[in-house]
Design a binder for this molecule. Structure first.
Ligand code: ATP
Length: 202
């Protein structure tokens, strides 16, 4: 699975549709301060399902939408598309039928986020799981924020372990375990209610 293209539309400073082609090997992005280099990395994290506005350097998720400039009005939506070459068929099960995957996330003011994989509507969870199972995603240690190295040095062992888990591709399993535990709890509560009803009838 290789990321081949990132397209940003109305995302932060990228008001007009902008394509970043990612070739094999090393890709460098250079530019003056404030030109949008970090915004590119945030777009990558965002399309993979990032749901913490703080990680996007914003107060709310709608802050990723182009907020307007002296010569351009604000936009009503932001969209990021990530194209993945899947010709090696290494995508996780459920997403492995095609040679190319296009993941699209769009946020519309007062509506929220919607996701698509190859034009099909999917849930945020599906996209997060796709990347978690592929040992990457919004929280991948491969995406290094400014200041993150010093954070890591000072981190508690438990937080450092999370990085190894992400790299091993087992963070999706933790999410599934958490969801299974919630379902189990719900089932236990329902059983307790059934017991109450049975007691009343007895
Ligand atoms: P540095 O080299 O200083 O780290 P950078 O190239 O990484 O800078 P970014 O931090 O990616 O730059 O981009 C910051 C720019 O993005 C600022 O000019 C800011 O005004 C602009 N920006 C951020 N959010 C929005 C938004 N919602 N609408 C319009 N512009 C935005």
């Amino acid at each position: 699975m290789l990321f081949t293209k990132l397209r940003l539309t109305g995302f932060k400073s990228f008001v007009d549709p902008t394509d970043l082609l990612i070739k094999e090997g090393l890709t460098g992005v250079v530019g003056p301060n404030g030109c949008g280099k970090s915004n590119l990395l945030e777009a990558l994290r965002w399309v993979m399902g990032e749901n913490r506005p703080k990680a996007m350097r914003g107060g709310g998720m709608e802050d990723v939408i182009f907020a307007g400039a002296s010569t351009r009005p604000a936009r009503n939506f932001a969209e990021v598309s990530l194209v993945i070459d899947n010709s090696d068929r290494l995508a996780p099960a459920g997403f492995n039928d095609e040679d190319q995957l296009e993941i699209v996330r769009r946020i519309t003011r007062d509506v929220g986020s919607a996701y698509k994989v190859n034009t099909k509507d999917v849930r945020a969870r599906d996209v997060q799981m796709l990347f978690a199972d592929a040992s990457t995603g919004a929280h991948s240690p491969a995406l290094v924020r400014q200041g993150q190295i010093s954070e890591l040095i000072n981190a508690k062992p438990k937080n450092r372990r999370r990085i190894l888990e992400e790299a091993a591709g087992i963070s999706g399993l933790y999410q599934r375990r958490h969801e299974a535990e919630l379902k189990l709890k719900g089932a236990e509560q329902n059983l307790a209610r059934v017991d109450d009803v049975v007691d009343q009838l007895a």
